[in-house]
Design a protein around this ligand. Structure first.
Ligand SMILES: Cc1cc2nc3c(=O)[nH]c(=O)nc-3n(C[C@H](O)[C@H](O)[C@H](O)COP(=O)(O)OP(=O)(O)OC[C@H]3O[C@@H](n4cnc5c(N)ncnc54)[C@H](O)[C@@H]3O)c2cc1C
Length: 482
Protein backbone atom coordinates (compact mmCIF):
# COMPACT_ATOMS: atom_id res chain seq x y z
CA UNK A 1 0.00 0.00 0.00
CA UNK A 2 1.28 3.47 -0.85
CA UNK A 3 1.71 5.99 1.95
CA UNK A 4 0.25 9.51 1.60
CA UNK A 5 2.29 11.70 -0.78
CA UNK A 6 5.22 13.62 0.68
CA UNK A 7 6.04 17.06 -0.64
CA UNK A 8 9.39 18.80 -1.21
CA UNK A 9 10.40 22.10 -2.84
CA UNK A 10 12.48 20.38 -5.52
CA UNK A 11 12.66 16.64 -6.23
CA UNK A 12 15.68 15.41 -8.14
CA UNK A 13 15.32 12.10 -9.98
CA UNK A 14 18.72 10.40 -10.22
CA UNK A 15 21.55 10.82 -7.71
CA UNK A 16 24.52 10.64 -10.09
CA UNK A 17 26.92 13.51 -10.76
CA UNK A 18 24.23 15.81 -12.19
CA UNK A 19 21.52 15.00 -9.66
CA UNK A 20 23.79 15.15 -6.62
CA UNK A 21 25.21 18.53 -7.72
CA UNK A 22 21.66 19.79 -8.24
CA UNK A 23 20.56 18.59 -4.79
CA UNK A 24 23.54 20.25 -3.06
CA UNK A 25 22.83 23.54 -4.87
CA UNK A 26 19.13 23.44 -3.95
CA UNK A 27 20.07 22.86 -0.31
CA UNK A 28 22.67 25.65 -0.38
CA UNK A 29 19.93 28.00 -1.58
CA UNK A 30 17.88 27.15 1.51
CA UNK A 31 15.26 25.01 -0.22
CA UNK A 32 14.12 21.49 0.61
CA UNK A 33 15.63 18.99 -1.84
CA UNK A 34 14.84 15.27 -2.06
CA UNK A 35 16.61 12.65 -4.16
CA UNK A 36 15.14 9.59 -5.87
CA UNK A 37 17.34 6.76 -7.15
CA UNK A 38 16.90 3.17 -8.18
CA UNK A 39 20.40 2.30 -7.00
CA UNK A 40 23.05 1.11 -6.84
CA UNK A 41 23.96 4.51 -5.40
CA UNK A 42 27.06 6.33 -6.60
CA UNK A 43 26.35 7.25 -10.22
CA UNK A 44 28.00 6.20 -13.45
CA UNK A 45 31.20 8.20 -12.96
CA UNK A 46 32.09 6.41 -9.74
CA UNK A 47 30.63 2.97 -10.36
CA UNK A 48 31.09 2.23 -14.08
CA UNK A 49 32.67 5.28 -15.73
CA UNK A 50 35.46 7.75 -15.08
CA UNK A 51 36.89 6.43 -11.84
CA UNK A 52 37.16 2.69 -12.53
CA UNK A 53 38.46 3.39 -16.04
CA UNK A 54 41.09 5.84 -14.80
CA UNK A 55 42.14 3.42 -12.07
CA UNK A 56 42.75 0.78 -14.75
CA UNK A 57 44.53 3.21 -17.06
CA UNK A 58 46.94 4.18 -14.27
CA UNK A 59 48.17 0.58 -14.35
CA UNK A 60 48.50 0.33 -18.14
CA UNK A 61 50.29 3.71 -18.24
CA UNK A 62 52.72 2.54 -15.57
CA UNK A 63 53.32 -0.65 -17.55
CA UNK A 64 54.05 1.31 -20.73
CA UNK A 65 56.35 3.70 -18.83
CA UNK A 66 58.27 0.78 -17.36
CA UNK A 67 58.65 -0.80 -20.79
CA UNK A 68 59.80 2.48 -22.31
CA UNK A 69 62.15 3.33 -19.45
CA UNK A 70 65.20 2.05 -21.31
CA UNK A 71 65.12 5.40 -23.12
CA UNK A 72 66.04 6.85 -19.72
CA UNK A 73 68.75 4.29 -19.05
CA UNK A 74 66.62 2.11 -16.82
CA UNK A 75 66.71 -1.63 -17.32
CA UNK A 76 63.38 -2.99 -16.17
CA UNK A 77 63.53 -6.70 -16.84
CA UNK A 78 60.43 -8.88 -17.00
CA UNK A 79 57.88 -6.13 -16.53
CA UNK A 80 54.47 -7.71 -16.35
CA UNK A 81 50.93 -6.90 -15.31
CA UNK A 82 48.96 -8.67 -12.58
CA UNK A 83 45.38 -8.28 -13.78
CA UNK A 84 43.86 -9.74 -10.64
CA UNK A 85 45.68 -7.15 -8.54
CA UNK A 86 44.73 -4.36 -10.96
CA UNK A 87 41.06 -5.39 -10.79
CA UNK A 88 41.14 -5.62 -6.99
CA UNK A 89 42.76 -2.18 -6.68
CA UNK A 90 40.07 -0.71 -8.94
CA UNK A 91 37.31 -2.37 -6.86
CA UNK A 92 38.79 -0.98 -3.66
CA UNK A 93 39.00 2.56 -5.03
CA UNK A 94 35.48 2.44 -6.45
CA UNK A 95 34.05 1.25 -3.16
CA UNK A 96 35.89 4.03 -1.27
CA UNK A 97 34.60 6.70 -3.67
CA UNK A 98 31.09 5.24 -3.60
CA UNK A 99 30.96 5.10 0.22
CA UNK A 100 31.91 8.75 0.42
CA UNK A 101 29.30 9.75 -2.16
CA UNK A 102 26.57 7.59 -0.58
CA UNK A 103 27.24 9.31 2.72
CA UNK A 104 26.53 12.64 0.98
CA UNK A 105 23.43 11.34 -0.80
CA UNK A 106 21.93 9.93 2.39
CA UNK A 107 22.01 13.35 4.03
CA UNK A 108 19.04 14.22 1.80
CA UNK A 109 15.57 12.73 2.05
CA UNK A 110 16.11 9.74 -0.26
CA UNK A 111 13.50 7.60 -2.01
CA UNK A 112 14.86 4.28 -3.27
CA UNK A 113 13.19 2.94 -6.40
CA UNK A 114 12.35 3.76 -9.99
CA UNK A 115 10.55 7.08 -10.49
CA UNK A 116 7.77 7.60 -12.99
CA UNK A 117 5.58 10.65 -13.48
CA UNK A 118 1.88 10.34 -12.67
CA UNK A 119 1.27 14.02 -13.41
CA UNK A 120 3.46 17.14 -13.80
CA UNK A 121 3.59 17.52 -9.98
CA UNK A 122 3.63 13.92 -8.79
CA UNK A 123 5.84 10.88 -9.20
CA UNK A 124 5.49 7.31 -8.03
CA UNK A 125 8.65 5.69 -6.68
CA UNK A 126 8.28 1.99 -7.37
CA UNK A 127 5.15 0.72 -5.65
CA UNK A 128 5.98 2.25 -2.32
CA UNK A 129 5.89 6.05 -2.39
CA UNK A 130 4.22 9.05 -3.95
CA UNK A 131 6.22 12.26 -4.00
CA UNK A 132 4.90 15.71 -4.93
CA UNK A 133 6.84 18.83 -5.86
CA UNK A 134 6.26 22.07 -7.72
CA UNK A 135 9.66 21.57 -9.44
CA UNK A 136 11.47 18.44 -10.62
CA UNK A 137 14.96 17.97 -11.98
CA UNK A 138 15.43 14.81 -14.06
CA UNK A 139 18.98 13.43 -13.96
CA UNK A 140 18.59 9.76 -14.85
CA UNK A 141 21.75 9.50 -16.96
CA UNK A 142 22.41 7.22 -19.91
CA UNK A 143 22.60 3.54 -20.75
CA UNK A 144 24.73 1.57 -23.16
CA UNK A 145 23.13 1.82 -26.58
CA UNK A 146 21.70 -1.52 -27.72
CA UNK A 147 23.98 -3.45 -30.05
CA UNK A 148 22.59 -2.85 -33.51
CA UNK A 149 24.69 -5.34 -35.46
CA UNK A 150 23.56 -8.57 -37.01
CA UNK A 151 24.70 -11.62 -35.03
CA UNK A 152 26.39 -9.66 -32.23
CA UNK A 153 23.97 -10.70 -29.49
CA UNK A 154 24.25 -14.36 -30.49
CA UNK A 155 28.07 -14.25 -30.59
CA UNK A 156 28.29 -12.39 -27.28
CA UNK A 157 30.37 -9.30 -26.64
CA UNK A 158 31.88 -7.02 -24.00
CA UNK A 159 30.49 -3.56 -23.34
CA UNK A 160 32.24 -0.93 -21.21
CA UNK A 161 30.64 -2.26 -17.99
CA UNK A 162 32.06 -5.70 -18.67
CA UNK A 163 35.51 -4.47 -19.72
CA UNK A 164 35.71 -2.61 -16.40
CA UNK A 165 34.87 -5.86 -14.59
CA UNK A 166 37.40 -8.10 -16.38
CA UNK A 167 39.57 -10.24 -14.13
CA UNK A 168 41.51 -11.69 -17.09
CA UNK A 169 42.50 -10.03 -20.33
CA UNK A 170 41.31 -11.80 -23.49
CA UNK A 171 44.01 -12.95 -25.91
CA UNK A 172 42.59 -10.82 -28.69
CA UNK A 173 39.83 -8.27 -29.05
CA UNK A 174 38.11 -6.33 -31.81
CA UNK A 175 37.03 -2.87 -30.68
CA UNK A 176 34.00 -1.49 -32.51
CA UNK A 177 34.08 2.31 -32.27
CA UNK A 178 36.63 5.10 -32.18
CA UNK A 179 35.27 7.45 -29.50
CA UNK A 180 36.44 8.10 -25.94
CA UNK A 181 35.56 4.78 -24.34
CA UNK A 182 36.78 2.75 -27.31
CA UNK A 183 40.15 4.53 -27.32
CA UNK A 184 40.78 4.50 -23.58
CA UNK A 185 39.71 0.94 -22.85
CA UNK A 186 40.97 -0.36 -26.21
CA UNK A 187 44.46 0.94 -25.41
CA UNK A 188 44.20 -0.51 -21.90
CA UNK A 189 43.39 -3.98 -23.26
CA UNK A 190 46.16 -3.74 -25.86
CA UNK A 191 48.77 -2.72 -23.29
CA UNK A 192 47.72 -5.51 -20.98
CA UNK A 193 48.40 -7.99 -23.77
CA UNK A 194 45.25 -8.39 -25.87
CA UNK A 195 45.95 -8.35 -29.61
CA UNK A 196 43.68 -5.40 -30.38
CA UNK A 197 42.16 -4.25 -33.68
CA UNK A 198 39.92 -1.21 -33.92
CA UNK A 199 37.19 -0.87 -36.54
CA UNK A 200 35.90 2.66 -37.08
CA UNK A 201 33.48 4.38 -39.46
CA UNK A 202 35.42 7.65 -39.79
CA UNK A 203 38.77 8.43 -41.35
CA UNK A 204 40.47 8.57 -37.95
CA UNK A 205 39.81 8.08 -34.25
CA UNK A 206 37.92 10.86 -32.45
CA UNK A 207 35.97 12.13 -35.45
CA UNK A 208 34.65 15.09 -33.43
CA UNK A 209 38.17 16.46 -32.91
CA UNK A 210 40.22 18.47 -35.37
CA UNK A 211 41.60 16.19 -38.07
CA UNK A 212 45.25 16.75 -37.09
CA UNK A 213 44.49 15.59 -33.52
CA UNK A 214 42.43 12.53 -34.50
CA UNK A 215 44.94 11.52 -37.19
CA UNK A 216 47.86 11.86 -34.78
CA UNK A 217 46.16 9.64 -32.18
CA UNK A 218 45.37 7.08 -34.88
CA UNK A 219 49.02 7.06 -35.95
CA UNK A 220 50.25 6.62 -32.36
CA UNK A 221 47.86 3.71 -31.83
CA UNK A 222 49.12 2.05 -35.00
CA UNK A 223 52.76 2.63 -34.01
CA UNK A 224 51.88 0.97 -30.70
CA UNK A 225 50.68 -2.14 -32.55
CA UNK A 226 46.93 -1.42 -32.58
CA UNK A 227 45.70 -1.57 -36.17
CA UNK A 228 42.94 1.01 -36.75
CA UNK A 229 40.83 0.02 -39.73
CA UNK A 230 39.14 3.26 -40.78
CA UNK A 231 36.20 3.94 -43.12
CA UNK A 232 34.62 0.57 -42.48
CA UNK A 233 30.95 -0.35 -42.67
CA UNK A 234 30.04 -3.15 -40.28
CA UNK A 235 28.07 -6.00 -41.87
CA UNK A 236 27.65 -8.57 -39.12
CA UNK A 237 29.19 -10.91 -36.58
CA UNK A 238 29.35 -14.68 -36.41
CA UNK A 239 30.86 -17.28 -34.16
CA UNK A 240 33.28 -19.80 -35.75
CA UNK A 241 34.46 -22.30 -33.19
CA UNK A 242 35.84 -20.22 -30.31
CA UNK A 243 36.47 -17.20 -32.51
CA UNK A 244 34.19 -14.23 -33.02
CA UNK A 245 34.33 -12.93 -36.56
CA UNK A 246 33.33 -9.40 -37.58
CA UNK A 247 32.47 -8.93 -41.24
CA UNK A 248 32.83 -5.44 -42.68
CA UNK A 249 33.13 -3.54 -45.92
CA UNK A 250 36.13 -1.33 -46.63
CA UNK A 251 36.78 0.55 -49.87
CA UNK A 252 34.21 -1.63 -51.65
CA UNK A 253 35.72 -4.98 -50.51
CA UNK A 254 34.08 -7.33 -48.04
CA UNK A 255 36.56 -8.36 -45.35
CA UNK A 256 36.60 -9.96 -41.92
CA UNK A 257 38.63 -10.00 -38.76
CA UNK A 258 38.53 -12.62 -36.01
CA UNK A 259 39.31 -12.45 -32.29
CA UNK A 260 38.48 -14.05 -28.95
CA UNK A 261 36.32 -11.11 -27.92
CA UNK A 262 34.46 -8.12 -29.29
CA UNK A 263 34.30 -4.85 -27.36
CA UNK A 264 31.20 -2.99 -28.55
CA UNK A 265 31.86 0.70 -27.82
CA UNK A 266 29.47 2.47 -30.14
CA UNK A 267 27.93 4.85 -27.68
CA UNK A 268 25.32 5.45 -25.05
CA UNK A 269 21.75 6.71 -25.20
CA UNK A 270 19.64 8.74 -22.79
CA UNK A 271 17.95 6.80 -19.99
CA UNK A 272 14.40 8.18 -20.03
CA UNK A 273 12.08 5.37 -21.11
CA UNK A 274 10.94 4.37 -17.57
CA UNK A 275 9.93 7.87 -16.51
CA UNK A 276 6.46 8.11 -18.16
CA UNK A 277 7.43 11.61 -19.25
CA UNK A 278 4.28 11.87 -21.36
CA UNK A 279 2.30 12.22 -18.10
CA UNK A 280 4.29 15.35 -17.31
CA UNK A 281 4.29 16.94 -20.77
CA UNK A 282 8.05 16.46 -21.17
CA UNK A 283 9.24 15.88 -24.74
CA UNK A 284 12.17 13.78 -25.91
CA UNK A 285 13.93 13.45 -29.23
CA UNK A 286 13.79 10.19 -31.17
CA UNK A 287 16.67 8.65 -29.26
CA UNK A 288 15.02 9.40 -25.89
CA UNK A 289 17.16 12.44 -24.99
CA UNK A 290 15.07 14.95 -23.06
CA UNK A 291 14.81 18.26 -24.93
CA UNK A 292 15.94 21.25 -22.88
CA UNK A 293 16.38 24.95 -23.57
CA UNK A 294 19.40 27.02 -22.58
CA UNK A 295 18.07 27.30 -19.00
CA UNK A 296 17.76 23.45 -18.80
CA UNK A 297 13.96 23.66 -18.76
CA UNK A 298 12.13 20.90 -20.57
CA UNK A 299 8.94 21.40 -22.59
CA UNK A 300 7.24 21.58 -19.18
CA UNK A 301 8.79 24.73 -17.63
CA UNK A 302 8.50 23.36 -14.06
CA UNK A 303 10.60 20.32 -14.95
CA UNK A 304 14.32 20.51 -15.71
CA UNK A 305 16.64 17.89 -17.15
CA UNK A 306 20.41 17.69 -16.70
CA UNK A 307 23.37 15.45 -17.44
CA UNK A 308 23.56 12.49 -19.82
CA UNK A 309 19.77 12.19 -20.08
CA UNK A 310 19.77 15.39 -22.18
CA UNK A 311 21.93 13.63 -24.77
CA UNK A 312 24.54 16.41 -25.05
CA UNK A 313 28.20 16.03 -24.19
CA UNK A 314 28.20 13.06 -21.82
CA UNK A 315 30.85 14.29 -19.39
CA UNK A 316 30.88 14.70 -15.64
CA UNK A 317 31.81 18.37 -15.46
CA UNK A 318 29.02 19.15 -17.95
CA UNK A 319 26.55 17.10 -15.85
CA UNK A 320 27.59 18.91 -12.64
CA UNK A 321 27.42 22.34 -14.27
CA UNK A 322 23.98 21.66 -15.71
CA UNK A 323 22.78 20.34 -12.33
CA UNK A 324 23.91 23.55 -10.63
CA UNK A 325 22.38 25.86 -13.26
CA UNK A 326 19.06 23.98 -13.24
CA UNK A 327 18.96 24.02 -9.43
CA UNK A 328 19.51 27.79 -9.33
CA UNK A 329 16.79 28.28 -11.94
CA UNK A 330 14.38 25.95 -10.12
CA UNK A 331 14.86 27.73 -6.79
CA UNK A 332 15.05 31.33 -7.90
CA UNK A 333 13.46 31.60 -11.34
CA UNK A 334 16.70 33.28 -12.38
CA UNK A 335 16.46 32.12 -16.02
CA UNK A 336 20.23 31.60 -16.00
CA UNK A 337 21.39 30.25 -19.34
CA UNK A 338 24.02 27.51 -19.47
CA UNK A 339 27.19 28.74 -21.16
CA UNK A 340 29.23 25.97 -22.76
CA UNK A 341 32.09 28.13 -24.10
CA UNK A 342 34.45 26.70 -21.49
CA UNK A 343 32.34 23.91 -20.03
CA UNK A 344 32.56 22.17 -23.39
CA UNK A 345 36.26 21.52 -22.72
CA UNK A 346 37.04 17.83 -22.75
CA UNK A 347 39.85 15.36 -22.38
CA UNK A 348 40.72 11.80 -23.26
CA UNK A 349 42.97 9.75 -21.00
CA UNK A 350 44.80 7.78 -23.66
CA UNK A 351 48.57 7.89 -23.91
CA UNK A 352 49.27 10.46 -25.25
CA UNK A 353 46.37 12.33 -23.68
CA UNK A 354 44.09 14.54 -25.74
CA UNK A 355 42.32 17.66 -24.51
CA UNK A 356 40.62 20.69 -26.03
CA UNK A 357 38.84 23.87 -25.01
CA UNK A 358 36.80 26.40 -26.95
CA UNK A 359 36.39 26.14 -30.70
CA UNK A 360 38.38 23.78 -32.85
CA UNK A 361 39.46 24.66 -36.37
CA UNK A 362 36.55 22.65 -37.79
CA UNK A 363 34.05 24.85 -35.96
CA UNK A 364 35.91 28.08 -36.69
CA UNK A 365 35.88 27.31 -40.42
CA UNK A 366 32.23 26.22 -40.29
CA UNK A 367 31.23 29.48 -38.56
CA UNK A 368 33.53 31.56 -40.79
CA UNK A 369 35.30 33.12 -37.82
CA UNK A 370 38.47 34.98 -38.91
CA UNK A 371 41.31 33.41 -36.93
CA UNK A 372 45.02 32.70 -36.77
CA UNK A 373 46.44 29.45 -35.47
CA UNK A 374 49.81 28.02 -34.53
CA UNK A 375 51.03 24.73 -33.22
CA UNK A 376 54.17 23.48 -31.56
CA UNK A 377 55.43 19.92 -31.36
CA UNK A 378 56.47 18.25 -28.11
CA UNK A 379 59.37 16.74 -30.09
CA UNK A 380 60.88 20.27 -30.21
CA UNK A 381 60.20 21.06 -26.57
CA UNK A 382 63.11 20.77 -24.12
CA UNK A 383 61.18 19.50 -21.10
CA UNK A 384 59.34 16.90 -23.17
CA UNK A 385 62.72 15.74 -24.51
CA UNK A 386 64.08 15.46 -20.95
CA UNK A 387 61.08 13.34 -20.00
CA UNK A 388 61.30 11.30 -23.23
CA UNK A 389 57.64 12.13 -23.85
CA UNK A 390 57.81 13.72 -27.25
CA UNK A 391 54.64 12.54 -28.97
CA UNK A 392 52.08 15.15 -29.99
CA UNK A 393 51.64 18.90 -30.15
CA UNK A 394 49.75 21.86 -28.79
CA UNK A 395 47.70 24.20 -30.96
CA UNK A 396 46.15 27.56 -30.23
CA UNK A 397 43.62 29.58 -32.20
CA UNK A 398 43.02 33.34 -31.77
CA UNK A 399 40.62 35.83 -33.27
CA UNK A 400 42.22 37.63 -36.20
CA UNK A 401 40.83 41.03 -35.20
CA UNK A 402 40.67 40.99 -31.39
CA UNK A 403 43.50 38.57 -30.66
CA UNK A 404 41.32 36.76 -28.08
CA UNK A 405 42.07 33.10 -27.62
CA UNK A 406 39.21 31.18 -29.24
CA UNK A 407 40.36 27.66 -28.55
CA UNK A 408 43.26 25.33 -27.96
CA UNK A 409 43.98 21.66 -28.06
CA UNK A 410 46.74 19.35 -26.98
CA UNK A 411 47.72 15.82 -27.76
CA UNK A 412 50.68 14.90 -25.62
CA UNK A 413 52.04 14.20 -22.15
CA UNK A 414 49.81 15.44 -19.31
CA UNK A 415 47.41 16.94 -21.86
CA UNK A 416 44.49 16.69 -19.42
CA UNK A 417 46.39 18.89 -16.96
CA UNK A 418 47.98 21.25 -19.49
CA UNK A 419 44.66 22.30 -21.01
CA UNK A 420 43.63 23.98 -17.75
CA UNK A 421 46.04 26.85 -18.29
CA UNK A 422 44.21 27.83 -21.46
CA UNK A 423 40.82 27.28 -19.80
CA UNK A 424 41.82 29.78 -17.12
CA UNK A 425 43.13 32.25 -19.71
CA UNK A 426 39.96 31.97 -21.77
CA UNK A 427 37.86 32.37 -18.63
CA UNK A 428 39.37 35.84 -18.35
CA UNK A 429 39.01 36.49 -22.11
CA UNK A 430 42.77 36.69 -22.55
CA UNK A 431 44.32 37.65 -25.85
CA UNK A 432 47.35 35.77 -27.16
CA UNK A 433 49.36 38.92 -26.44
CA UNK A 434 48.34 38.84 -22.75
CA UNK A 435 48.88 35.09 -22.60
CA UNK A 436 52.46 35.20 -23.86
CA UNK A 437 53.35 37.79 -21.20
CA UNK A 438 52.35 35.46 -18.35
CA UNK A 439 55.56 34.13 -16.73
CA UNK A 440 56.09 30.42 -17.28
CA UNK A 441 58.50 28.40 -15.19
CA UNK A 442 61.33 26.64 -16.94
CA UNK A 443 61.72 23.84 -17.80
CA UNK A 444 58.08 22.75 -17.66
CA UNK A 445 55.65 21.14 -20.02
CA UNK A 446 53.31 24.11 -19.46
CA UNK A 447 55.70 26.59 -21.06
CA UNK A 448 55.06 24.91 -24.41
CA UNK A 449 51.89 27.03 -24.71
CA UNK A 450 53.96 30.19 -25.00
CA UNK A 451 55.21 29.14 -28.45
CA UNK A 452 51.88 28.95 -30.28
CA UNK A 453 50.73 32.04 -28.35
CA UNK A 454 53.79 33.96 -29.57
CA UNK A 455 53.36 32.65 -33.10
CA UNK A 456 49.69 33.71 -33.14
CA UNK A 457 50.64 37.11 -31.72
CA UNK A 458 53.35 37.50 -34.37
CA UNK A 459 50.76 36.87 -37.07
CA UNK A 460 48.69 39.64 -35.49
CA UNK A 461 51.69 41.98 -35.57
CA UNK A 462 52.47 41.83 -31.83
CA UNK A 463 56.07 41.41 -30.69
CA UNK A 464 57.11 38.96 -28.00
CA UNK A 465 58.03 40.50 -24.59
CA UNK A 466 61.58 41.85 -24.49
CA UNK A 467 62.14 40.95 -28.11
CA UNK A 468 62.44 43.36 -30.95
CA UNK A 469 62.28 40.41 -33.28
CA UNK A 470 60.06 37.48 -32.39
CA UNK A 471 62.28 34.44 -32.66
CA UNK A 472 60.13 31.55 -33.62
CA UNK A 473 61.25 28.01 -33.87
CA UNK A 474 60.85 26.56 -37.31
CA UNK A 475 58.59 23.94 -35.82
CA UNK A 476 56.00 26.58 -35.02
CA UNK A 477 53.52 26.15 -37.79
CA UNK A 478 51.30 29.22 -37.98
CA UNK A 479 48.52 30.08 -40.36
CA UNK A 480 45.95 32.82 -40.88
CA UNK A 481 42.48 31.90 -42.00
CA UNK A 482 39.53 33.88 -43.23
C1 LIG B 1 33.63 3.87 -19.31
C2 LIG B 1 33.28 5.32 -19.11
C3 LIG B 1 34.28 6.24 -18.81
C4 LIG B 1 33.97 7.58 -18.62
N1 LIG B 1 34.98 8.46 -18.36
C5 LIG B 1 34.71 9.76 -18.20
C6 LIG B 1 35.75 10.69 -17.91
O1 LIG B 1 36.92 10.33 -17.81
N2 LIG B 1 35.42 11.98 -17.74
C7 LIG B 1 34.13 12.42 -17.86
O2 LIG B 1 33.88 13.63 -17.70
N3 LIG B 1 33.12 11.56 -18.12
C8 LIG B 1 33.37 10.25 -18.30
N4 LIG B 1 32.34 9.38 -18.54
C9 LIG B 1 30.96 9.90 -18.64
C10 LIG B 1 30.37 10.22 -17.25
O3 LIG B 1 30.54 9.08 -16.41
C11 LIG B 1 28.91 10.61 -17.38
O4 LIG B 1 28.79 11.68 -18.30
C12 LIG B 1 28.32 11.07 -16.04
O5 LIG B 1 28.63 10.18 -15.02
C13 LIG B 1 26.80 11.25 -16.19
O6 LIG B 1 26.25 11.68 -14.96
P1 LIG B 1 24.66 11.76 -14.79
O7 LIG B 1 24.43 12.32 -13.44
O8 LIG B 1 24.04 12.44 -15.95
O9 LIG B 1 24.16 10.25 -14.85
P2 LIG B 1 24.44 9.03 -13.84
O10 LIG B 1 25.67 9.20 -13.06
O11 LIG B 1 24.30 7.81 -14.70
O12 LIG B 1 23.23 9.10 -12.80
C14 LIG B 1 21.94 8.68 -13.12
C15 LIG B 1 21.29 8.15 -11.86
O13 LIG B 1 19.89 8.02 -12.11
C16 LIG B 1 19.43 6.83 -11.50
N5 LIG B 1 18.19 6.46 -12.23
C17 LIG B 1 18.08 6.05 -13.51
N6 LIG B 1 16.79 5.86 -13.83
C18 LIG B 1 16.07 6.17 -12.73
C19 LIG B 1 14.68 6.19 -12.43
N7 LIG B 1 13.74 5.88 -13.34
N8 LIG B 1 14.30 6.55 -11.18
C20 LIG B 1 15.20 6.89 -10.25
N9 LIG B 1 16.54 6.90 -10.48
C21 LIG B 1 16.95 6.55 -11.71
C22 LIG B 1 20.59 5.85 -11.65
O14 LIG B 1 20.52 4.83 -10.68
C23 LIG B 1 21.79 6.77 -11.45
O15 LIG B 1 22.22 6.80 -10.10
C24 LIG B 1 32.62 8.03 -18.72
C25 LIG B 1 31.60 7.10 -19.00
C26 LIG B 1 31.92 5.77 -19.20
C27 LIG B 1 30.81 4.80 -19.50
Amino acid sequence: MQAAPRTHDVVIIGAGSAGYAAACTVRDLGCDAALVDTGPLGGLCILRGCMPSKALLASSDALADARESKQLGICARAVDADMEFIAARKRFLVSEFADYRIDGIERFPLYRGSASFLSPNRIAVGDSALVDAPKFIVATGSKIAPAALDGLDQAGYLDSDRVLELEHVPKSVIVLGGGYTACELGQFLARLGAGTTMLIRGRHLLTQSDDDVGSALTRYFEEDGIPVLSETRLLGVEKRGDAKVVRFERYGDEREVAADEIFYALGRSANSSELALENAGVECDQGGAIRVDATLRTSNPAIYAVGDVTGGQMLVHVAIYQGEVAARNACTDAYERADYRLVGAHTLFTDPQVAAVGMGEKELRRDRVPYVSARYDFAEHGKAQCLAKTKGFVKMMAHRITGKILGACVIGPQGSELIHEVIVAMNFDATVDQFMRIPHLHPTLAEIWTYPAEACAAQLGVKAPGDEQVELSTSVAGAAHE
